[in-house]
Design a protein around this ligand. Structure first.
Ligand SMILES: [Zn+2]
Length: 297
């Protein structure tokens, strides 16, 4: 069986891909990236995510208000987000979190939108995609208050103790371009030593380019090369790293693995129209995220 990968965090909907989005996603598919989760950064971006997911097979939406976009968010946006979650049932709530690195970010406002969205994730029983930068303990504190069903802490860069606390709270940890830099000693040590079930792979495209792209735009076709670096660090076969990171991503956003047959193409439903996402094992043994039709009420 071919080696397949899932990009657990990719902003394919971003304006940086406006000119060549189709080509970028087909290059990723050709490289063996069978799926990608597209987290939104604000309400307008949720619409962009939806349009992208409707057009590109294998891409799946997450809706949320990013901590660096709270300055333009309004309280009314939370009610609107709740309506969108109800109607479109995305795969996850995200990208949400706290960013203590960017000086302009208002921390009280970030906390307000973060905790309100954690409450939504709990109400809608959705996994969460977290943005955590220089705010790990503050994020963990809120996760202990709002017991969501887990999810992914993207671009993880914390201590082993903090990593273990995320795992205890049901989260997987996202590793991407940063682990390709020899100077990223802490991230590389974590990628080397964390248990198999902790790890998911991501590009965060168009951001966090791997070492060989040298500040150029990152894109999802780089995921297998990043995965090969992870395999080297763990002294594990590439196929094993691909399989376990795919499985972990699916479990992170799907709750549990569904082993039922994959729905036939005629049964599939475009995202954003009330279908529910589910995990399924395809006839070739590859696990994919599927979108099932809405339940008949
Ligand atoms: Zn992101």
């Amino acid at each position: 069986m071919d080696v397949r990968w899932i990009d657990s965090h990719c902003h394919l909907q971003a304006p940086e891909f406006a000119a060549d989005r189709d080509a970028v996603w087909s290059a990723a598919r050709m490289a063996g990236v069978t799926g990608a989760i597209l987290p939104a950064v604000n309400l307008a971006d949720c619409a962009a995510v939806n349009a992208c997911c409707a057009r590109h097979a294998g891409t799946f939406p997450a809706y949320g208000i990013h901590p660096l976009f709270v300055d333009t968010a309004q309280e009314a946006h939370l009610a609107r987000l709740a309506e969108m979650l109800e109607r479109a049932r995305p795969l996850a709530l995200g990208e949400i979190g706290l960013d203590g690195w960017v000086a302009r970010a208002d921390s009280a406002r970030q906390e307000f939108f973060f905790t309100a969205q954690l409450a939504l994730a709990r109400d809608f029983d959705l996994p969460v995609i977290l943005h955590v930068r220089k705010a790990i303990d503050a994020v963990l504190k809120q996760l202990r208050r709002f017991r969501v069903k887990g999810g992914i802490a993207h671009a993880f860069n914390g201590s082993r103790q903090q990593a273990d606390e995320f795992l205890r709270l049901g989260f997987r940890l996202g590793f991407g371009g940063s682990l390709t830099y020899p100077g990223s000693t802490r991230i590389r040590a974590l990628a080397q030593t964390l248990p198999d079930e902790a790890l998911v792979l991501e590009t965060d495209a168009p951001d966090i380019p791997p070492r060989w792209l040298l500040h150029r735009r990152n894109h999802p076709a780089e995921l297998p090369a990043i995965g090969r670096v992870l395999a080297e660090l763990r002294a594990a076969p590439v196929s094993r790293i691909a399989a376990l990171t795919c499985q972990n991503t699916l479990e992170a956003v799907g709750g549990r693995r569904r082993t039922a047959r994959a729905p036939a193409p005629s049964e599939r439903h475009p995202p954003g129209e009330g279908g529910a996402f589910a995990l399924a094992e395809q006839s070739d043994g590859c696990i994919a995220i599927s979108c099932l039709p809405p339940p008949v009420l």
